[in-house]
Design a protein around this ligand. Structure first.
Ligand SMILES: C[S@@+](CC[C@H](N)C(=O)[O-])C[C@H]1O[C@@H](n2cnc3c(N)ncnc32)[C@H](O)[C@@H]1O
Length: 285
């Protein structure tokens, strides 16, 4: 995917896969953090959301931004738990078509590119950015621009898919490159690179955590859901999954099919530890 076309490419990909993921994943597309191996997934996800909202001090926030809100589940939860206003933005109209079902008096959604956050011309005191920064073509630039829309002392919770430090070229080619190609991910940061870029971009690091061990049940679950989809879906179902706001034809079918090898490579990437799921809580200095 080229930097010049990422906007259109992202819109196409999610126009093809939004309904597929809505059917098999629901309104959220991020991982639950588990306290132990026997905890039910729903309970782990509920506790994860509670912890994220506490980290963002959502109960005191006046203006909250959810960047790359997807199908809107977490933005909706935040809106239910804050007296403030919540704005969810996403680059994909098809994702937003799901999110808009969840609008309420203090929650709105808008199509907007995370790379151009400064053009929002509003400031916020809590910002969430879950499982989506990996898609950005220039993460340092995005983080600098996000800082511009944060009030001093405002908090940003970034949870992102990163790569392990010091991977060899062949390790990256064999495991990460295929999944990145299928998902339109231009490159992955490492934890250390994020830490450096935060400290250089006007943020104070409050907490960093590599969550791989605690989110492990999710990729088994994701893989099982992909298998279930394979078992249930026939060739005739695929065109019906494509969002009708975009005419994709054959390209849309290929994008849906790409999700299945992606699921396999993602499982391998996490099982072998090359893919890392990292939590960053930072504050505008
Ligand atoms: C894996 S989903 C995560 C959605 C949501 N944050 C969640 O956790 O449920 C990734 C989302 O990132 C959005 N996205 C990708 N690139 C974007 C960009 N440049 N600006 C805004 N949204 C973007 C996609 O449209 C998609 O909805």
């Amino acid at each position: 995917m080229s930097t010049a076309t990422y906007d259109l490419d992202m819109q196409k990909m999610f126009a093809a896969v939004s309904d597929l993921y809505a059917r098999y994943w629901g309104d959220y597309f991020h991982f639950a953090i588990f306290e132990n191996e026997v905890q039910p997934w729903e309970q782990a996800l509920e506790n994860t959301h509670r912890a994220y909202m506490n980290a963002l001090k959502i109960e005191q926030a006046r203006r909250v931004l959810d960047i790359a809100c997807g199908r809107g589940g977490f933005a909706r939860l935040m809106a239910e738990n804050t007296p403030g206003e919540v704005l969810g933005i996403d680059i994909s109209e098809s994702q937003l078509s799901h999110a808009r079902r969840l609008e309420r008096h203090n929650l709105g959604f808008r199509r907007h590119d995370a790379m151009k956050i400064d053009a929002l011309e509003q400031t916020f005191d809590a910002v969430s950015f879950l499982d989506a920064a990996c898609y950005l073509p220039d993460k340092p630039l995005a983080m600098r621009r996000i800082r511009h829309v944060m009030e001093p002392g405002a908090r940003l919770l970034l949870v992102d898919w990163c790569r392990r430090e010091r991977l060899s070229a062949v390790q990256q080619d064999l495991v990460l490159a295929p999944f990145m190609k299928y998902w339109g991910v231009p490159y992955l940061e490492t934890r250390a690179r994020y830490e450096r870029l935060f400290s250089r971009s006007g943020y104070r690091l409050l907490e960093v955590d590599d969550l791989n061990d605690r989110v492990a049940p999710n990729w088994e679950l994701g893989y099982q859901r992909a298998l279930r989809a394979l078992d249930e879906l026939s060739a005739r179902d695929l065109p019906k999954l494509i969002w009708n706001g975009m005419r994709l034809g054959r390209e849309g079918i290929e994008l849906i099919k790409d999700q299945f090898p992606a699921a396999v490579y993602i499982k391998v990437g996490f099982d072998i530890g090359f893919l890392r799921y990292v939590y960053f809580l930072v504050q505008a200095a």
